[in-house]
Design a binder for this molecule. Structure first.
Ligand code: ADP
Length: 468
């Protein structure tokens, strides 16, 4: 079976968040299971495109409204990934040093049209088209409705919602950018008087998946306006938990971390990573280290962190290290705290893949006080590296972390996103750390939990088979 993923992000080529990790891993595991899985993505002006060589496999023009944009389909010269990636290079729109911007409607619409135009010309057509998030949300609509893609409309198409907060909506003055279709069906594009790519995908895709079962259920209650639509379409919706790429995220071989380790030498190995973090960020090695990694946005509950950190650090029982970027105000508040809690706190405002790996390998606890968490990969990475997750029970966090007070528990969970509950959760972490015997036993056990893609990749195959 020939699967084509269409996505804006794919690790290690271009990553903003978890979407990249999923699209960079799922095809690999699908290929291992005997499928032929590939990715179509935009060609960006980034480190990956600068450091690799590409060959052109098609040159054409994509019509966006009344303007033609030159485009080329590129492939890597050397086969360095374990799956094929086809890059859509539209120099005027996509070849930028960022993935997302305020012009995304035009950029990703051109990307989707160019990808389908190229597919029209392919001899070997995919058996399944698998779209990811709203940036590719108009693919199911165009396949079903646009006259020029009639020959592709029998190909089953799936949309995976990685995050329903972002829907890519735009006004009707851009309707003409979508290749001609039967206007009586324009309602398929509409949600609340706007063209809504994610809503169109939910209506037109043959199947809709979310990245965890709990998130699917939560979306039927609150989905940034799309809850009724998801309830209505629930017979074709299913939640499949993401896996993690255990080849990339392996503490025994991870090239980014200071010292590699396994369950057998976890204390020594993790100790060296923690030492490095404490020395680099001027933290106290004798105290537990709590960390946060991620986007500083409302969904992640990070607006509460400055107050939580300020209160908890006054007790001088722990260290806190944060890696992330996002809302300016939160960034400023987090930076301002440095002055007051020297020796126990630091924040690295920015994106740093290497540092994130060292934190997973060296912190004692990872904080995820998310208001919304479709799946969450950080908690699964931290489990694999022996860092105990402290999570708000929601979405994928609810599906992957069991509280230490419950049967077979290994993490710390709280129900509400409040300053008080996050503080209490950190204090429970401090108590656990002070009971070193139990702490170390849990740490060893969590490293053995299997969150690899094997099980989830099989779930997707089952889904593909059900519509192919
Ligand atoms: P989301 O996609 O909502 O941001 P996920 O938990 O699904 O959240 O995935 C986040 C991914 O991005 C993880 O691989 C995490 O390590 C990484 N990440 C997030 N912020 C940073 C950062 N500032 N530096 C390095 N890696 C980051």
């Amino acid at each position: 079976m020939n699967i084509t993923h269409i996505s804006a992000e794919c690790y290690p080529i271009a990553k903003v968040g978890g979407l990249a990790d999923v699209v960079g891993a799922l095809p690999k595991y699908q290929n291992e299971l005997g499928l032929k899985s590939s990715v179509i993505m935009p060609f960006y002006d980034n480190k990956f495109s600068k450091e690799n060589e590409f060959v052109s496999i098609c040159k054409s023009e994509v019509l966006l409204g009344v303007y033609d944009h030159k485009f080329e389909v590129l492939k890597l010269k050397k086969n360095i990934l374990e799956f094929d990636v086809f890059f859509i290079d539209i120099p005027t729109l996509l070849f930028k040093d960022y993935v997302y911007s305020y012009e995304d409607t035009d950029r990703f619409l051109a990307f989707q049209i160019a990808a389908l135009d190229w597919m029209l010309a392919l001899e070997d057509k995919p058996n399944i088209i698998h779209c990811h998030d709203h940036h590719t949300g108009l693919v199911p609509f165009m396949l079903q409705e646009s006259f020029k893609y009639t020959s592709l409309n029998k190909i089953p198409v799936i949309t995976t919602i990685h995050n329903a907060q972002y829907q890519g909506w735009f006004a009707y003055n851009k309707l003409h950018l979508i290749p001609p279709f039967e206007m009586n069906n324009a309602g398929l594009l509409d949600w609340n008087g706007m063209i809504n790519p994610l809503a169109a995908a939910i209506k037109c895709a043959w199947r809709v998946t979310t990245v965890s079962p709990s998130y699917m259920e939560e979306l039927k209650i609150e989905a940034n306006g799309l809850q009724d639509l998801l309830k209505q379409e629930s017979q074709k919706c299913v939640g499949i938990l993401n896996g993690i790429d255990i080849k990339v995220w392996n503490p025994e071989t991870d090239v980014y971390i200071i010292e590699n380790f396994s369950e057998k030498n976890v204390t020594l190995g993790r100790g060296k990573n923690k030492n490095w973090l404490c020395e680099t960020f001027n933290l106290d090695k004798t105290k537990p280290l709590f960390a946060f990694i991620g986007r500083l946005v409302g969904e992640k509950g990070t607006d509460l962190l400055p107050e939580v950190f300020d209160t908890i650090l006054k007790e001088k029982e722990c260290n806190i290290l944060l890696l992330g970027s996002g809302h300016n105000e939160v960034e400023e508040q987090l930076n301002a705290l440095k002055e007051h809690h020297k020796g126990n706190y630091d924040a690295f405002i920015g994106y740093d893949e290497k540092l994130s790996h060292i934190i997973y390998a060296g912190a004692d606890f990872l904080l995820m006080p998310s208001r919304v968490e479709p799946c969450g990969l950080n908690q699964m990475y931290s489990l694999r590296y022996g860092t105990i997750p402290i999570v708000r029970s929601t979405g994928g966090l609810k599906d992957t972390v069991i509280d230490i007070e419950d049967k077979n528990g290994f993490g710390i969970c709280h129900n509400e996103v409040t300053v008080l509950q996050i503080e209490q959760a950190i204090k429970r972490g401090v108590s656990l750390y002070n009971n070193q015997e139990r702490f170390k036993e849990i740490r060893k056990n969590i490293m053995k939990i299997d969150h690899s893609w094997d099980a989830s990749a099989k779930e997707y195959i089952k889904l593909y088979n059900s519509i192919n």
